[in-house]
Design a binder for this molecule. Structure first.
Ligand SMILES: Cc1cc2nc3c(=O)[nH]c(=O)nc-3n(C[C@H](O)[C@H](O)[C@H](O)COP(=O)(O)OP(=O)(O)OC[C@H]3O[C@@H](n4cnc5c(N)ncnc54)[C@H](O)[C@@H]3O)c2cc1C
Length: 385
């Protein structure tokens, strides 16, 4: 880490102490169990409220911790060292909820800030992953109400939510590039007629972090369940996805730092041919590359955060961070398994879990291929291609 201002140091110390006391002791057990026992989740939630980390990302005027992007970068980087299954109990409610009107704030935003409610962000569908515009979920107007049909999958969170922010097509618009689905975001309460939510299949990354399958069968929603305005769902989600990708970058840097420490330790301790294996160039150069690429990744995250702070962050900036940091992490994790040799694959060593966890980072929040597509498009479009 390069930011050494005293405020940052205090924040970093707070998060590190919290992780040491409340998170790390549960990592192995949760990974082996495949779920987070309720009492552990609740304890993380409560203790994080005590130290001011719960909902730290949201402005103070809404009851949040009021941390700016630079501070959240420090926090997310530390959280990245562990599993989503655990740190996601320290809620960072999605900033899309700031688009709530006053009544919706009472019903959704404030309860999330207090920890009385949990939300899900539901964009992906079984037949619409990377190609989100092919979504089949749709809502049709009936009188003043909307009737929602469709399904979502891979929608993740720490525990059964109270409501989902669901993206659905509410019509089509003519654009210079042809017809385009008009996407609207709805606030959909768990438990209302026609809305079914089930736990999805188990994921080998971040064991214990849940994902849900949602299905909507003629779900009747009043007009005041629209978040923002009809048709601005994509701009709402786009705004949030951009910062989300930067936080993926920060978490990847944190995890890579933790893995590099393990690699270094092993390379210094493990002896073959009478010498520490780190002194063999093949191992030592891996370590040097890890350090170099981690530093580059950290600087890219900081650059994107600086751009976001001045309102200049573009989609391509977030995409570059997402690609570089997640691929850096996967290389660091894979090379570290190699440095550990056979022990790298044994369940008793934490590297096996960190390697598995790392793999997801190149996939969720938009795959590496889709991020490269975003970067390519941003270069070619101005040239008319
Ligand atoms: C554990 C987990 C949690 C998740 N949480 C959420 C959540 O909370 N909310 C949510 O909405 N979504 C969530 N997702 C969904 C995630 O964002 C998607 O998995 C991701 O966007 C990729 O979609 P897909 O899995 O359908 O892959 P696909 O879109 O089917 O892609 C398969 C492969 O094809 C490649 N590909 C596709 N199109 C192109 C193209 N044009 N050019 C080049 N290559 C291409 C992809 O890069 C990938 O390699 C989660 C996923 C997982 C696994």
């Amino acid at each position: 880490m390069y930011d050494t201002s005293s405020d940052s140091k205090i924040l970093l110390d707070t998060v590190q102490k919290f992780m040491a006391d409340e998170i790390y002791p549960h990592e192995d057990r949760v990974d082996k169990l495949g779920y987070v026992p309720d009492e552990i989740g609740k304890q993380i939630e409560e203790k994080s409220k005590e130290v001011g980390l719960f909902a730290a990302n949201l402005p103070e005027k809404y009851g949040g911790g009021g941390l700016d992007y630079s501070s959240m970068m420090i926090v997310e980087r530390e959280y990245g060292k562990t599993s989503h299954a655990l740190h996601s109990w320290i809620a960072r409610p999605t900033e899309i909820l700031l688009a709530c009107n006053e009544k919706q704030m009472e019903e959704y935003l404030y309860p999330c800030v207090k920890g009385d409610k949990r939300e899900l962000f539901a964009l992906t569908e079984p037949d619409a992953g990377s190609d989100i515009m092919s979504m089949k979920s749709n809502a049709k107007k009936e009188g003043d109400d909307w009737i929602l049909n469709g399904s979502k999958h891979f929608i993740s969170g720490p525990c059964m939510p109270d409501f989902a922010i669901v993206f659905a097509a509410t019509g089509e618009d003519e654009t210079p590039r042809g017809k385009r689905k008009r996407i609207t975001a709805f606030l959909v309460d768990v438990g209302i007629p026609g809305f079914d939510i089930q736990e999805g299949t188990k994921c080998i990354s971040y064991r214990g972090y849940k994902n849900y399958q949602l299905s909507f069968n003629d779900v009747r929603l009043s007009a005041d369940k629209i978040l923002g305005t009809e048709g601005n769902g994509l701009s709402l989600s786009g705004k949030w996805l951009g910062m989300g990708r930067i936080w993926v970058g920060a978490t990847c840097c944190g995890k890579a730092e933790r893995i590099l420490d393990l690699a270094l330790d092993w390379a210094a301790q493990r002896k073959q041919f009478g010498k520490p294996i780190g002194t063999f160039q093949a191992t030592g150069f891996k370590l040097a590359d890890m350090k170099m690429n981690l530093r580059a990744a950290d600087l890219l995250v900081k650059d994107a955060v600086d751009r976001a702070l001045t309102g200049q962050m573009m989609d391509e900036d977030a995409a570059i961070v997402k690609i570089f940091c997640s691929e850096m992490l996967n290389k660091v994790a894979d090379d570290t398994v190699q440095i550990f040799g056979g022990m790298g694959l044994m369940e008793e060593m934490p590297i096996e879990r960190l390697w598995r966890d790392s793999r997801l980072e190149r996939i969720w929040d938009g795959t590496s291929e889709i991020q490269r597509h975003i970067v390519t498009r941003s270069m070619l479009r101005p040239l008319g291609a």
